[in-house]
Design a protein. Structure first.
Length: 514
């Protein structure tokens, strides 16, 4: 429901009603014990001398579905990357061969490896990670050639055949740097379903200068075929500006995508909505865009900056996934988002999930995921994944419920075992850890008043989640190693990648148990 002019005759009546949230309220969750299911919090750079410095945000994490011991995480970074990676930041890449117990640090390729040319400073930005069925992991990321503020962009793909320990340049989505406009927010996946007619095909989507793009590759990401995503409806004679995308691949070869659009004026944007499209021919064409959610929250609106992310701001879109488990929810689509209700504001956003059981033709109303009772508590940037071993839906997000000032962020997880109709008791996955200098706290604070050394990107636009065989792998931007100052030596590394494994098996955690 969107805010519109209110007739005077109804004003008094409306003001007597409780404000209605956009996402549907659900009843109080059944308390369920969660004994020993949250593993220790890890600082992925804790053992590196020197470690990647400065910002580590826009975090992704993926697990090899054929071998859960292999885990890879990535984060945008810049300045000194430390060690053998040199002094130009591209991406901070981390890898584990024992399920996340020990971690290494590796260096994605620089500009020359892709046949590109930049005579100025290069650094990396947004990334996407995915595994193919041959145990190779792919890192797609944005390269920026920055010449005194004049920035050119390219999206490239690196490949690792040894679980992320080393990388080679695999391909690029364009033949050179984009000199007009910009590239950002890539998402990527591969069709790992042997029965699919497009088994082995790679897919990606991203935003090029306010326009959502897609591409597919049949040669393991070396070359790409670009296809525009469908134009979304026009409002008031003004073309919408696309702002982000996420995609998922069904086991019959259907590719599903969501992307957000908005209308932007000279300074601010308004009327943001989530749209859905699908491809049944391997990404060669897409169905007309269908609206999924109409938001109150709008990216870059001037009213999208909660206290916890007061400089970078937040956006409403989360992620999409499809149930390929063969269980009772098989084929169901899920999409996550955050939004605030009518008469509320950005400091009171909630987490919602919508679902479709007819291939994206129709979508449910939003189901509220977070179970806190605070009216003005911010939750944002939810990410969602289906556990393909059983069809359970897992959602993680940023959450300030433990801070009366609404600034300190913990990270929470919830699970649905009934096809997304309801979600169980929320579980806090950020816990005190000896791997951070501030070992007694669980929260990260990137508010610029509290933490003036925080990077302007703060928590960024997303966090990492993957779920394999009853275990959730969660990664996020974490400030505990250097904020608050506990007397540790000063350093430029002010944000790290936090990581945790969470047991989300039904026989460990179920509201159906007595």
């Amino acid at each position: 429901m969107r805010t519109r002019p209110i007739p005077v005759l109804f004003l008094c009546l409306i003001l007597t009603l409780a404000a209605t949230p956009l996402v549907a309220e659900i009843g109080p969750p059944v308390p369920v014990p969660f004994p020993g299911a949250v593993g220790p919090n890890r600082n992925l750079a804790a053992t590196f001398k020197p470690a990647p410095e400065d910002y580590q945000g826009q975090v992704r994490v993926v697990v090899n579905p054929n071998n859960p011991d292999q885990v890879v995480a990535a984060a945008g970074t810049w300045d000194d990357m430390g060690g053998s990676c040199g002094d130009e930041g591209l991406q901070a890449a981390f890898y584990s061969s024992d399920g996340g117990a020990k971690w290494g640090y590796s260096c994605p390729p620089d500009v020359p490896a892709y046949g590109l040319t930049c005579t100025a400073i290069t650094y990396g930005s947004d990334s996407a990670l995915y595994w193919n069925d041959a145990d190779e992991v792919f890192l797609e990321y944005v390269l920026i050639c920055n010449d005194a503020g004049d920035r050119d962009y390219a999206i490239v793909v690196a490949r690792s055949a040894d679980g992320g320990a080393s990388w080679s340049a695999q391909g690029a989505l364009s033949s050179g740097f984009i000199t007009v406009g910009w590239e950002h927010s890539p998402a990527a996946a591969v069709d790992n379903h042997p029965a699919s007619p497009y088994y082995g095909r790679h897919y990606t989507c991203w935003i090029r200068s306010n326009d959502a793009k897609s591409a597919w590759s049949d040669d393991n990401g070396a070359t790409w075929n670009l296809v525009d995503l469908p134009t979304t409806p026009i409002s008031g004679g003004v073309t919408r500006h696309d702002v982000g995308c996420e995609l998922a691949v069904e086991d019959d070869g259907t590719v599903h995508v969501i992307y957000d659009t908005r209308i932007c004026g000279y300074a601010y944007c308004f009327d943001e909505r989530m749209f859905y499209s699908r491809s049944t021919n391997g990404g060669a064409s897409w169905s007309p865009a269908a609206e999924v959610v109409d938001f109150n929250l709008v990216t870059s609106s001037g009213a999208n900056r909660p206290e916890a992310q007061n400089e970078h701001g937040i956006s409403p879109m989360g992620a999409i996934d499809v149930d390929n488990s063969g269980g009772p929810c098989d084929g169901t689509l899920y999409a996550s988002f955050c939004d605030y209700g009518y008469l509320y504001d950005v400091n009171s956003t909630d987490i919602g999930v919508v679902r479709s059981s007819d291939g994206g033709v129709t979508w449910s109303s939003g189901v509220k995921v977070n179970d806190d009772t605070g009216a003005y508590t911010v939750q944002f940037h939810p990410f969602l994944a289906v556990d393909q071993s059983n069809g359970n839906v897992i959602v993680v997000w940023h959450d300030a419920r433990n801070d009366p000032n609404n600034r300190k962020i913990d990270f929470f997880l919830a699970r649905s075992v009934d096809c997304g109709v309801s979600f169980e008791t929320n579980v806090q996955v950020s816990k005190p850890s000896a791997e951070f200098n501030n070992s007694t706290i669980s929260w990260s604070d990137l508010n610029t008043t509290d933490n003036p050394n925080a990077n302007p990107n703060q928590f960024g636009d997303y966090m990492g989640l993957d779920v394999v065989d009853g275990t959730a792998y969660v990664a996020w931007t974490d400030s505990r190693h250097y904020f608050p100052d506990d007397g540790a030596p000063s350093a430029t590394q002010v944000e790290n990648v936090g990581f945790v494994k969470v047991d989300v098996l039904r026989d460990v955690w179920s509201k159906d148990k007595p």
